[in-house]
Write a protein that binds this ligand. Sequence first.
Ligand SMILES: C[S@@+](CC[C@H](N)C(=O)[O-])C[C@H]1O[C@@H](n2cnc3c(N)ncnc32)[C@H](O)[C@@H]1O
Length: 368
Amino acid sequence: MPNTDETVWEMEPHTGSKHDILRHYLNRWLPILGKRSTTMNYIDAFAGPGIYKGGEPGSPVVAIETARTHVMRPKGKVNFLFIEKDGERARVLKEQLASRFPAGTLPDGWSYAVENGEFVTVVEKGLNEIEAQGNHLAPTLAFLDPFGFSGHDLPMSTVGRILKAPRCEVFVTFMAGFATRFPEVVPPDTMTKLFGDERWRGVVDLKGEARTDFLLATYEGSLKTIAGAKFTRSFEMKSSDGRVIYDLVFATKHPKGLEAMKEAMWEIDPRGTYTFSDRTDPNQRFLIEFDGGVEPHWVAKAAQMLLVRFSGKTISRRALWEYVVVDTPFPDRSSVLKRLELDGKLTVSGRQRKLSYPDGCTLCFQPS
Ligand SMILES: C[S@@+](CC[C@H](N)C(=O)[O-])C[C@H]1O[C@@H](n2cnc3c(N)ncnc32)[C@H](O)[C@@H]1O
């Protein structure tokens, strides 16, 4: 845990991975939304100072830099809003942004603002103004990355107001470890605000890892049943001694958004365990990712899962895509279908090229 008293602190390896997921997701999200939307918002509501002690960029810089250098960067308006409660950090952030992105260096129609305030106050005020004008929030990604744990800082009700608008998504740092330390560290009413109701109380009967698992599942459940997300996906960050530090939880209403985030997480953990540990050797990650030519170990598992689910059935390519993205931990890859077809377990109609699986083709799974 960094020294949270310092204005600028040392960056830990898992923070670098968190930023990498953000980069990979933005790289996918920007062209998807940029094609359809004339205005987009990116909110980083626990923004930090924009720089770490070793000079590494903070999340606000990562977001603007990723968007600015994107080959398919959006042509419309992009508003970046950075909220930071600590006055000194907000001041350092403003300096960082002014020196890295001086006036005239961002594309036309793009802007950023730093608000020295609290997430709830700033966001609720902004949403009240938008709603008073009869409008709703433009497509938004809200990155909610608090230190530690406080339901007052991050209530489910405010998260729900963001998610309510069309094409709005949240990416939240959820600290289940802290949540297990109530009522000593976290008062029950804080838990209820964070979760949006009292279901978290089921944790009292549980012990050890079952407690954190329960709280994460309950939080993801609340994002769906209370805040209105349709899909969630989480990624676990562990310290070098194997402790879970936090989970990054993504919530969206769109399978395409879910797919983009799964792909972003998969880039960081190509083993498919949705985990990063500070113990992970960066050179080993490299080897796993570029193990060229050899079929990744998970392909056989994914193929088996499809066979069990669709044995004897004929379905559209689109239906298969949706099943893989929404209901499995795997990414959608033609290598899985190819393996099934070569093994004689799948026949395909409605395509031009052998061993291809384009949109519009039909997949017939052999009975097992
Ligand atoms: C984990 S740090 C952010 C790190 C940053 N997102 C990054 O990845 O580089 C959390 C930040 O949130 C700020 N903060 C804490 N409570 C807040 C609140 N209620 N609203 C806005 N900012 C808050 C803290 O001062 C701290 O700078």
